[in-house]
Design a protein around this ligand. Structure first.
Ligand code: ADP
Ligand code: MG
Length: 629
């Protein structure tokens, strides 16, 4: 049987079975044709009267001789047995080129706002809108000349994309050596030829500003194999300006981190804070929401967020890839690969890129659905047995690279995980924890008490400590790590004493233990917790984190004498107020210096200058500092 019809002369296969969005396809001529795993194919639906045929995209997931199982990226209603299938011979690929920044895409790189304008809703079947604006003109400046020798991944020149120099490369997939036979600078659109490269057989190949790359193939690995890019060890922290992360659980630039937490614990808010304040050039957000509303929130919020680095909007240096559970499962699964590929592309230009996937649980669930439909042998909780290796493959695409141009670029990957009921024992959380090197565990209990960011300091960890130690020694002083570890010990001791106190009451513990517990509580309240709604407190630069830690050293060294527990409590209530005021005060102000001096005086046992007479034992005076200074 052949399914080729007059208007689909390119068809080489046909549909033989349909199971929801997984279709089974058969080659028309098994002698002549073959399937490629992850190849993109097009199903040709019968046309409505007077209309052109609709083509639906699908991806080959499993090859079985002349048959293949493929996942359709769109709604499969109307697909029938015998429908002709065109093989593209290519894997799912994205378009790389200027104009990506500021875009909102779905998992298949369809631009959402424009699609909405055309289709009236998020996704219309069979609609193909180019990922990049083909009309827009870019001013191309060449860095090579006729006669220069180049290979895949070498720069040919650049265009200015916003405030970024966007490098134009010899297409990454081109094999062999080339000689530039012609290159021209000037104002061009994406379809214009900017250079011609002659291969070793004398054939000429035109180059434009855009190229395609298959999303499941790591861009860097390919260039690395050609010796044109080196991976280097991450040795610099990603500065998020969130004290709890930077000081206690640092993430390396080019590293990986995981933020698991139950629904409502603050994953999305934390993600937005990290995106906004981290010292990176470009931010990629892969938003896989449980509800459409969440994703819409992200799309609406990001353009509003002011960029603390430039004064513009954060969206100017952001790409959003979004998915909701109402989108087809294959598109949802692909989205994370699409995001990572775009990240690798900008890293290859020498930029620091941060990719946040919120939440990777949705991605894993998409994989589980597909695996179920393929009737694969299920692993734990019906996730496929290869779940953990798939997670590892994703995070392995993070890293620091040295590019052919001699630049260093990084791609940092942070994934949130939303385990049902906040149970971190489930497979996606566990698989991710076995892969990433920083773990920021959100606690329902802390979120409930509004201790934000609700990262639990007693369960979280960073395996970057050793690796980043030289950097911290250099930038933050030789005793930095020791100080941090001492504070962590204090937090653990404080927690132990707190538990004891719950059993015995305050009377059951010594004054010394009570002092330790109060010190730990202070560190938690004024250092770990950070007010996202206070314009100063929202972001603490590293230098200020260092100054704060020096101040906390005084407090932690306090031994008394205190008359009784009431005296200890009164002093720490006062200290907490002073620290809170300090946290809301700009670093270079007189008020800042005054609060700092008062904390130092109080910590060294002197009475607080602004507080005469000294507070009585029952005086909790939590608000009395609001007019202080
Ligand atoms: N850092 C924070 N500061 C203040 N409020 C927060 C913070 N983090 C979370 N919240 C509150 O918790 C709510 C839920 O947070 P969200 O990030 O949406 O949770 P999740 O993504 O884990 O479901 C937010 O709407 C906000 O009211
Ligand atoms: Mg969320």
């Amino acid at each position: 049987m052949t399914a080729t019809t007059p208007d689909t002369p390119d068809a080489t296969a046909h549909v033989i079975a349909i199971n929801d969005d997984v279709v089974t396809l058969r080659l028309d001529d098994p002698e002549a044709g073959r399937w490629i795993k992850n190849e993109v194919v097009h199903l040709c639906l019968p046309p409505d009267p007077g209309m052109e045929r609709t083509h639906l995209e699908a991806e080959v997931l499993r090859v079985r001789g002349a048959d293949a199982d493929a996942q359709v990226y769109e709604d499969t209603a109307g697909v029938g047995i015998g429908d002709p299938v065109i093989q593209s011979g290519e894997q799912l690929a994205v378009t790389l080129g200027p104009g990506l920044l500021g875009q909102v895409y779905d998992g298949l790189q369809n631009p959402l706002p424009r699609l909405e304008a055309i289709g009236g809703r998020f996704l219309q079947r069979g609609l193909d809108v180019p990922a990049l604006d083909r009309q827009q003109r870019w001013s191309f400046e060449a860095t090579v000349r006729s006669g220069d020798r180049v290979v895949a991944g070498d720069g040919l020149g650049s265009v200015q994309e916003g405030r970024f120099a966007h490098r134009i490369f010899v297409p990454f997939g081109w094999a062999g050596r080339f000689t530039v036979s012609w290159v021209q600078a000037g104002s061009v659109n994406l379809d214009a030829v900017i250079a011609r490269l002659r291969d070793e057989n004398g054939r000429e190949h035109p180059v434009t500003l855009a190229q395609r790359w298959p999303v499941r193939r790591p861009l860097t690995a390919t260039l690395q194999a050609g010796g044109r890019t080196q991976r280097t060890y991450p040795d610099t922290p990603l500065t998020t300006s969130l004290r709890l992360i930077d000081t206690f659980f640092p993430i390396a630039k080019g590293g990986t981190a995981c933020i698991p937490g139950p629904f409502g614990a603050g994953k999305t808010v934390l993600q937005n804070l990290i995106s906004r304040y981290s010292d990176v050039d470009i931010v990629i957000v892969v938003a896989c929401g449980e509800r459409a509303g969440e994703v819409v929130e992200t799309i609406n919020e990001f353009p509003q967020l002011a960029d603390p680095r430039t004064g513009g909007t954060l969206m100017d240096r952001t790409i959003i890839i979004c998915n909701t559970s109402s989108m087809p499962v294959a598109a949802r699964e692909a989205s994370i690969h699409t995001g990572i590929t775009l990240g690798e592309y900008y890293r290859q230009m020498g930029y620091d890129v941060l990719l946040i996937a919120d939440s990777t649980s949705r991605w894993a669930q998409a994989m589980r659905e597909t695996s179920g439909r393929l009737e694969e042998i299920p692993g734990e909780e019906a996730f496929p047995a290869y779940l953990e290796s798939s997670i590892r493959q994703l995070y392995e695409r993070a890293g620091v690279v040295r590019t052919p141009a001699g630049d260093t670029g990084s791609l940092t990957l942070i994934g949130t995980v939303s385990p049902a009921g906040g149970n971190f024992e489930e497979p996606v959380t566990q698989g991710t924890l076995n892969t990433v090197k920083t773990f920021l565990g959100l606690s329902y209990d802390r979120a409930y008490r509004r201790f934000y960011p609700a990262v639990d300091p007693l369960i979280s960890w960073s395996r970057y400590r050793d690796q980043l130690d030289p950097w911290f020694r250099r930038e933050m002083g030789g005793d930095w790590r020791h100080r941090v570890e001492r504070l962590q010990q204090l937090l653990r001791d404080g927690d132990d004493i707190q538990r004891m106190m719950q059993v015995t009451g305050e009377e059951g513990i010594s004054d010394a233990d009570f002092l330790t517990q109060q010190q730990a509580t202070l560190v938690d309240r004024v250092y770990l917790q950070q007010d996202a709604f206070d314009p100063v407190d929202v972001s603490t630069p590293l230098a200020r984190q260092k100054a704060m830690l020096e101040l906390l050293d005084h407090v932690v060294a306090m031994r008394g004498p205190f008359a009784d527990k009431a005296a200890i409590r009164a002093t720490f209530t006062r200290l907490t107020d002073l620290f809170h005021n300090l946290n809301g005060t700009a670093s270079d102000s007189d008020a800042y210096r005054q609060y700092r001096d008062r904390i130092e005086a109080l910590a060294s046992g002197k009475p607080d200058a602004a507080q005469t007479p000294a507070p009585g034992p029952d005086d909790s005076d939590s608000d009395s500092e609001s007019d202080g200074g």
